[in-house]
Design a protein around this ligand. Structure first.
Ligand code: NAP
Length: 250
């Protein structure tokens, strides 16, 4: 069975690098037209767009900080003008600002919540508005195993990602009768820019806790996102699914 997203429109926030990049490319490979959102990495976003176009797919890029309401508005105005509608939203944009509770700066607490949680609220609100008239749509939130397992130095990140998991369930309840599915993926340690410092600092220790004894690849997260974006996930909503080589159950 082949996943076919031809004719579908997808928006991937933070699609310029890492997991978002993998999601953009995999959704496009399945036939979806993809709007790749980025904030700082314009060149990287252009590379993703060009890679998709070289594969024969359709892609555009748009700069917006997902934590800023006006920029999210502009993002959705562009989406409406260019593509007319939205079928799949992947709330992937995220940052870390790790520090121990006692030395955590209030600005780092706020920034992580603004991007990782409020960003998903802003985009989901606009996406749901576009999806409601057609009574169909898929919203996929990229949370983290930090939502279910405490991590030292991550009170800000764990609470934002835990909030995102709860947000997923509450949205799924509200939007289920309208034909909109809302699910979350919980990546473990995936090899990207975000995890590189942690891997350098504590990689060996973390590896010992992962039953698969290796870090994940962004494409392995994107595969789950692709499944959730497809008709194969037709009766699934409000779920948080780990893709972590067993880290969260070890
Ligand atoms: P990454 O390599 O650092 O990439 C982060 C992406 O988010 C970039 O494309 C970045 O875009 C975008 N972004 C950051 N702030 C943004 C903002 N304010 N507005 C719009 N886009 C913004 O990180 P990653 O590892 O791929 O992480 C992707 C998601 O997976 C995040 O939500 C992260 O929390 C989650 N996750 C990752 C891991 C892991 O081990 N890597 C584990 C669990 C969960 P620009 O560069 O263009 O600014």
């Amino acid at each position: 069975m082949k996943i076919d997203l031809a004719g579908k429109i997808a928006l991937v926030t933070g699609g310029s690098r890492g997991i978002g990049r993998a999601c953009s490319i995999l959704l496009a490979r399945a036939g979806a037209a993809v709007l790749v959102n980025y904030n700082r990495s314009r060149e990287k976003a252009e590379e993703v767009m060009n890679e998709i176009r070289e594969l024969g797919g359709e892609a555009e890029i748009f700069k917006a900080d997902v934590s800023v309401p006006e920029e999210v508005e502009e993002l959705f105005e562009f989406l409406k003008k260019r593509f007319g509608t939205l079928d799949i939203l992947v709330n992937n944009a995220g940052i870390i600002r790790d520090n121990l509770l006692l030395t955590m700066k209030i600005s780092d607490w706020d920034r992580v919540h603004d991007v990782d949680l409020k960003g998903a609220f802003l985009t989901s609100k606009s996406a749901a508005e576009m999806m409601l008239p057609r009574r169909s749509g898929k919203i996929i939130n990229v949370s983290s195993v930090a939502a279910v397992a405490g991590g030292r130095g991550q009170t800000n990140y764990a609470s934002a990602k835990g909030g995102l998991a709860s947000f997923t369930r509450a949205c799924a309840v509200e939007l289920g009768a309208k034909g909109i599915q809302v699910n979350a993926v919980l990546p473990g340690m995936i090899s990207t820019d975000m995890s590189s410092r942690t891997v350098r600092r504590a990689g060996e220790l973390i590896l010992k806790r992962i039953p698969f004894e290796r870090f994940g690849d962004p494409m392995e997260v994107a595969s789950l996102v692709l499944f959730l974006a497809s008709d194969l996930s037709g009766y699934i909503t409000g779920q948080t699914i780990a893709v972590d080589g067993g880290l969260s159950i070890s």
